[in-house]
Write a protein that binds this ligand. Structure first.
Ligand SMILES: *[C@@H]1O[C@H](CO)[C@@H](O)[C@H](O)[C@H]1NC(C)=O
Ligand SMILES: *[C@@H]1O[C@H](CO)[C@@H](O)[C@H](O)[C@H]1NC(C)=O
Ligand SMILES: *[C@@H]1O[C@H](CO)[C@@H](O)[C@H](O)[C@H]1NC(C)=O
Ligand SMILES: *[C@@H]1O[C@H](CO)[C@@H](O)[C@H](O)[C@H]1NC(C)=O
Length: 442
């Protein structure tokens, strides 16, 4: 699980920076245009209204009809000028106001006010089919509060229409393009869930059935069980050896089920940062922990150890340059392909335990982290456990930011350990926190 943080961090920061930049640029241009326009309105009106009527008001020369005519003439001329000026002013005002409308609708679009998602006018083909609501057959009285069924499509998809169009470009009924990487990038840009498609992913050639359970949990599957197009490694021995080689990859050594650290994780409790699964389960009545979620769970070893204790754990993971989801599935465990930004796909108060190691850390912007923690709180049942395993941060952030944040969510601390990260952590004031938190019963 080590290194998972780095990679995800990388992807996330790049994504959000680009996005933010593009959004800001658009808004800046609009604001610039508007402010220039408003400025010119101001200057223009200032100049013409500076006519100073009192001074130019006609003096009444009752005894001199010529002078009177001259005065009237000049007043008429000035009035005509003023009319022109007013007309000009009105034009500029209406231009500024239409720009303001554009700005407001742009802001609305960015904030998701457009109820139909992508602005149906621009859609066509598969994208229109998959992104638009569809009428239910007559006679159905559904409990969805509408006579149309709405497709599920991440709101952020509309910000990446070019990528989305590429993703939706395929031949209906044929093999999907080999686009797992770009599809996953789209998810990481917030287009999550991705829209459905009407094509078939390419099947692996010479597929063999998985090893029967429970041996499957500790068996590295045959290379022919998946397609490798999306990854730099082209077989499992490459992935296993990657754990022993130099270089930074997600969950570097967790494909090594036989000799690596994976074999011993969570089996013993060192009284510090490493909690043991059995010690954690002992905090509840026997059998009271039955179902749970491991967020960013690498190759699924936490779920495997839980399964050995009759606890069913779903493992969420992305495929960061490795077939993490397939690997977990081949072990006979349940993978869930959602990012850490995704609202957890569970109803309130449903899970007995949520675990996360090395994923929730200081690379996640504070606000997003707080939303994520509240979401974990939400899905846990009263009395449910949140095992925050090796949360990484700097010493200065720990007491200033994270301890108050964990307190704010409302968890009860059952166990708490903070310790300096070994190796470079000593020098750089890098810390880990492991905590066992409980959602209060009342
Ligand atoms: C009134 O102004 C017009 C031009 O606007 C000019 O031709 C005319 O001679 C002026 N009449 C007098 C009486 O000043
Ligand atoms: C595994 O794939 C790597 C490249 O990813 C290749 O160099 C190596 O020869 C392959 N090994 C086997 C046993 O197929
Ligand atoms: C798991 O469940 C099975 C069947 O109910 C039972 O025989 C086994 O003892 C349980 N294992 C543990 C570790 O509780
Ligand atoms: C955080 O605060 C506690 C006491 O409130 C203190 O013992 C600890 O050293 C602080 N930790 C860091 C990393 O500053």
């Amino acid at each position: 699980m080590g290194g998972a943080e780095d990679h995800e961090h990388h992807l996330y920061s790049r994504r959000s920076n680009q996005q933010r930049c593009r959004k800001r640029t658009k808004l800046k241009i609009l604001l610039l245009v508007i402010s220039t326009n408003l400025l010119s309105v101001y200057l223009f009106s200032g100049a013409t209204l500076d006519v100073q009527w009192p001074e130019h008001a006609p003096r009444i020369h009752l005894w001199d009809s010529d002078a009177l005519r001259r005065d009237l003439n000049s007043t008429r001329a000035k009035l005509a000028d003023a009319h022109v000026a007013l007309a000009e002013l009105r034009l500029r005002c209406s231009a500024a106001s239409s720009l303001l409308d554009t700005l407001l609708s742009e802001l609305g679009r960015l904030h998701g006010d457009d109820p139909d998602g992508l602005g149906d006018g621009e859609l066509s083909g598969e994208l229109k089919l998959v992104a638009s609501p569809h009428k239910l057959p007559l006679g159905f009285t559904p409990n969805i509060g509408s006579d149309e069924l709405y497709p599920v499509l991440g709101a952020a998809c509309r910000r990446h229409q070019a990528d989305l169009l590429a993703y939706m470009s395929y031949e209906v009924g044929r093999e999907c393009p080999s686009d797992e990487i770009s599809a996953q990038r789209l998810m990481l840009k917030g287009c999550e869930p991705l829209p459905r498609r009407r094509c078939r992913p390419r099947s692996p050639t010479n597929y063999v059935e998985p090893t029967p359970f429970p041996e499957s949990m500790w068996t590295i599957p045959p290379d022919t069980s998946i397609t490798w197009d999306a990854y730099s490694c082209k077989n499992y021995s490459c992935l296993v050896n990657r754990g022993r080689a130099k270089g930074s990859y997600d969950c570097k050594d967790c494909f090594d089920l036989l000799r690596g650290r994976e074999k011993v994780r969570w089996l013993s409790d060192n009284g510090g940062l490493d909690f043991g699964i059995d010690d954690v389960l002992r905090t509840r009545r026997p059998g009271a922990v039955r179902i749970g979620l491991d967020i960013g769970g690498g190759t699924g070893t936490f779920a495997a150890r839980m399964r050995e204790r009759n606890v069913t754990v779903v493992t969420s993971t992305m495929n960061f340059d490795g077939p993490f989801n397939s690997f977990i599935a081949s072990r006979g465990l349940v993978p869930l392909h959602v990012s850490v930004a995704h609202r957890l796909p569970f109803a309130d108060h449903t899970l007995d335990v949520v675990h996360s190691m090395h994923v929730l850390s200081n690379w996640i912007p504070d606000v997003m982290l707080e939303f994520a923690l509240y979401d974990i709180y939400r899905v846990l049942r009263p009395g449910g456990l949140f095992w925050l395993d090796h949360f990484f941060c700097l010493g200065s952030q720990l007491n200033a930011t994270y301890v108050p944040m964990f307190d704010r969510i409302g968890f009860k601390k059952l166990r708490w350990a903070a310790g300096r990260k070994l190796d470079r952590g000593i020098r750089k004031d890098e810390w880990y926190v492991s905590a066992l938190l409980e959602k209060p019963v009342t």
